[in-house]
Design a protein around this ligand. Structure first.
Ligand SMILES: NC(=O)c1ccc[n+]([C@@H]2O[C@H](COP(=O)([O-])OP(=O)(O)OC[C@H]3O[C@@H](n4cnc5c(N)ncnc54)[C@H](O)[C@@H]3O)[C@@H](O)[C@H]2O)c1
Length: 352
């Protein structure tokens, strides 16, 4: 991995990944961040790497074929890590189309450019063995597997059964990636991670939303009974897992990423209130989201056993540091909670 294209690097996980990759990989020659700067993209997340000569930002759309081709020609990438996506389930319920164009067509545009520049054709020798030295990594989600009952875990062979337009678009993209592997011998990996938390997360997602509201003394809107169970992982551990897959992953394989850390949403909300010394009377139960998955849990034995990856953060330490980060960065929170976000917020949580 010398010449890296990262898409969606101004978002929550992408910006954490870029910081970690540049910090840990001195042998990286170049890291290009292609990001459209939608409501979720924030260049302020990348201030710590602004002075790094290896880092280049390109403002643009992954669906823009001419631009993506031109970037491949100019920079000769050997690695693609594809984060860019419409990522919020609630938004996908209101406006599904952009999820399909960004998440599916955007993925296919990147794969096409990689295929052409890495000279992979159906009849090339790389259809049966992977071309060495190049890799396309698709950052996917455990939500593609649908929901679990009270027991069981998602493994890499669990059938895809997405329940929201968001997860359907991510599952569709995964299938396109798989097809490029089977048809053109594209050296791919797909990672499917559980819910992330940590610094730079846009405050429409559970943990930063609850933190923000609790700090302001505003009601904390909790969907339904709050007993939806998610498997939480610190974003820094997700990023280290992606670096591990790039280094040691067997090309063509899917890797689930999770920290064996199942929590009900209401438990997280109570923990935040407790850490901040705020009363539980701030909790407001609001009508549940349609198709809301009850439980996700990741079986991470493939990545831990075969690649030797393990999360570094305990949930307690990770949550404490995350809360501290939001407390130390009120300006960041203030700037991202203005404008479009507020309109969206009042539409979604009118009865809170
Ligand atoms: N957040 C999680 O808990 C989680 C868990 C598992 C997997 N994922 C996946 O990880 C990836 C990143 O998630 P996130 O939470 O950082 O998302 P995010 O919404 O914070 O960031 C998405 C980024 O993509 C950019 N973007 C959107 N459309 C684009 C386009 N057409 N062209 C270029 N850039 C575009 C946005 O500007 C933003 O910077 C997504 O693919 C998501 O499905 C997220």
């Amino acid at each position: 991995m010398k010449r890296l294209l990262v898409t969606g690097g101004a978002g929550f996980i992408g910006s954490n990944f870029i910081q970690q990759a540049l910090r840990r990989r001195e042998d990286l020659e170049l890291l290009v961040n292609l990001d459209l700067l939608t409501y979720a993209g924030n260049l302020e997340n990348l201030l710590p790497v602004q002075g790094d000569k290896r880092y280049v930002f390109v403002h643009g759309d992954i669906r823009d074929r001419a631009l993506v081709e031109e970037l491949f020609s100019r920079y000769a990438f050997d690695t693609v890590v594809h984060f860019a996506a419409e990522s919020h389930v609630d938004r996908s319920i209101v406006e599904p189309e952009i999820f399909l164009t960004t998440n599916v067509i955007g993925t296919q545009t990147l794969l096409d450019a990689a295929k052409r520049h890495w000279k992979l054709e159906p009849d090339s020798k790389y259809s049966t063995e992977y071309k060495p030295g190049v890799v396309y990594l698709q950052v996917s989600t455990d939500e593609v597997y649908g929901a679990l009952g009270k027991t069981g875990m998602f493994t890499e062979t669990t059938p895809l059964a997405p329940n929201s337009p968001y997860s359907a678009s991510k599952a569709s993209a995964d299938l396109v990636v798989r097809a490029y592997r089977q048809t053109y011998g594209m050296p791919v990996n797909i990672t499917r991670c559980s819910n992330n938390y940590g610094p730079y997360q846009f405050p429409e997602k559970l943990i930063p939303l609850m933190l923000h509201n609790a700090l302001e003394g505003k009601p904390l809107p909790v969907y339904g009974d709050g007993m939806q169970i998610r498997d939480w992982l610190h974003v820094s551990d997700h990023c280290s897992a992606i670096l591990t897959v790039l280094d040691k992953g067997v090309r063509g394989e899917v890797y689930n990423i999770g920290g064996n850390n199942e929590r009900a949403n209401i438990e997280i909300v109570r923990l935040i209130l407790d850490e901040l010394g705020k009363p539980e009377s701030l909790i407001r139960h609001v009508q549940d989201r349609p198709g809301h998955d009850r439980r996700y849990a990741i079986d991470n034995t493939k990545i831990t056993g075969q690649l030797g990856w393990a999360p570094a953060y305990s949930f307690q330490q990770g949550m404490r540091e995350t809360i501290e980060w939001y407390l130390q960065n009120p300006g960041w929170v203030e700037r991202v909670t203005s404008g479009e976000y507020l309109d969206y917020y009042s539409r979604m949580y009118e009865n809170a």
